[in-house]
Design a protein around this ligand. Structure first.
Ligand code: GDP
Ligand code: ZN
Length: 453
């Protein structure tokens, strides 16, 4: 493999900047750019060694630096790796990379370090993909789940199902190929129970996926309600600063304001919409159309009502619209006299929360209501979890293949035919972990990484 290099610390100034070099020539390339104070060569060092020295740019010592040496296979990529840490100014980091490239390394492509780690068997595809989701995680739960996948919890799960299928398949083949030999009788019951076990385990992974995605990607949330009920105030309460304009004149939130906030373990992508009501004002009615659209697209609706006003015709429309969605009724202004028919709302919504946005009261209740509604309150970040649609598709296909196999056994088809279905499931799972993924799949995964990762 050629020797590649890139800035590993991103394109922003920081305390230190790291240039990562990986490949057979890593130490040789680094020795052309880095001179240790004690004169030793990196190429002569063992793994896990560090040297203090200078980087030489255009023949001139240009910065103090630390070079870290990792020897194959004990490195991130599984190849020889040198990481040179310089002071984190954008120019010095860029110039050091240029010097490393002049010294014989090739610029690394997006995700190429991690791709090499995969190709060298340092991690499987689920782990490589968890590196990507760990980097992009927005909430703590997402971070934990990605780290667990990186540690191999998903691969372990998949591999254990895989092993069961392979054992079974081998037994069935033997039975088909050598019916006369002394092969232990294949018990149909045993076959069925193993298949059903595998099916259940894959099903659990699939079930966990939706909750997991909710936690990791965040939830598109629309805040809807009549003008002046306190949508912007709720948004501000969630955001923790004045983002939407709060006024006493009805209809001031004309366009949609968006903001991502953390609520308990979840990240909500909030949209504060214009008050939903009929309007003659053109600008405002555009806002209202957007509000209905936001409601339709949302994964979660926070329908806000004013405790101080009886239900209006439009409140009831919102109430109807929100029924088809996971929705929490948020009854605001509980500091004022109750004039709202709260019974009617309690009947229409699975979750009702009473708040006082003006005094920042009710956040905790809202948080638990949302988590319960979305079924994430007992989401176990320690459980193995599929990380993306690619993995989900493989898992889904495998499950369907197994379901077919179960049907086949129950209908009494030949073991040969059952085995074809089991083999298809095996193929899907091998492709999930990358043991048998196509080059196209692999390239596609790593092209989504950033350069230097
Ligand atoms: P929106 O039109 O739905 O976005 O409503 P706003 O958030 O702009 O609020 C409308 C008015 O209601 C403002 O004057 C707020 O100060 C007031 N308001 C919001 N929340 C509360 C509350 O909990 N109690 C009381 N008394 N007034 C509130
Ligand atoms: Zn508003």
């Amino acid at each position: 493999m050629s020797t590649i290099a890139a800035i590993a610390t991103g394109n922003a100034a920081g305390g230190i900047g790291v240039i990562r070099i990986s490949g057979d020539e890593a130490t040789a390339v680094a020795d052309r750019v880095f001179k240790a104070m004690d004169g030793s060569l990196l190429a002569d060092l063992g793994g896990y060694r560090a040297k203090f020295g200078n980087v030489i740019i255009g023949g001139q010592p240009s910065d103090n630096a630390v070079a870290l040496v990792f020897k194959a296979p004990k490195s991130y990529t599984g190849e020889d790796v040198v990481e040179i840490s310089v002071h984190g100014g954008l120019l010095i980091v860029q110039k050091t990379l240029e010097a490393v490239l002049d010294a014989g390394a090739k610029p690394a492509e997006a995700g190429e370090f991690t791709k090499r780690a995969f190709l060298n068997g340092k991690m499987d595809l689920t782990q490589a993909e968890s590196v990507a989701s760990l980097i992009s995680a927005q909430g703590e739960a997402g971070m934990k789940a990605s780290f667990n996948a990186l540690q191999g919890s998903l691969s372990d799960k998949i591999n254990s199902v895989l092993q069961k299928l392979l054992d079974m398949s081998a037994l069935m083949s033997a039975w088909v190929d050598y019916p006369d030999e002394e092969i232990p009788e294949l018990e149909e019951d045993e076959l069925l129970s193993t298949l059903k076990e595998c099916e259940a385990e894959l099903d659990e992974l699939l079930q966990n996926y939706d909750n997991g995605q909710t936690v990791i990607d965040g939830v598109d949330t629309a805040i809807v309600g009549m003008p002046n009920v306190g949508k912007s105030s709720l948004m501000n309460m969630l955001v923790g600063r004045d983002k939407s304009i709060v006024t006493q004149i009805e209809g001031t939130t004309r366009d949609i304001v968006e903001e991502s906030v953390r609520l308990g373990d979840l990240v909500l992508h909030l949209r504060d919409t214009a008050g939903l009501r009929e309007s003659d004002d053109v600008v405002e009615s555009i806002g209202i159309d957007k509000a209905y659209k936001a409601l339709d697209e949302a994964q979660l609706v926070l329908a806000v009502f004013d405790n101080n006003k009886p239900l209006q015709k439009q409140d009831r429309e919102i109430l109807e619209k929100a029924k088809s969605k996971p929705a929490v009724a948020v009854i605001n202004k509980v500091d004022l006299e109750q004039r709202l028919e709260t019974d009617e709302i309690e009947n229409a919504f699975a979750k009702v929360v009473y708040i006082c946005a003006k005094e920042n009261k009710g956040l905790k209740e809202l948080s638990s209501a949302v988590e319960e509604l979305l079924g994430v309150q007992d989401f176990d970040t320690g459980a193995p979890m599929l990380a993306n649609l690619r993995q989900r598709q493989n898992c889904q296909n495998a499950k369907e293949n197994i379901a077919e196999a179960i049907g086949g056994v129950e209908m009494g088809v030949t073991y040969d035919a059952v085995n074809v279905m089991v083999d298809s499931a095996v193929e899907e799972l091998l492709s999930l972990t990358g043991k048998k993924a196509t080059t196209e799949v692999v390239n596609n995964i790593f092209s989504k990484f950033c350069v230097g990762k």
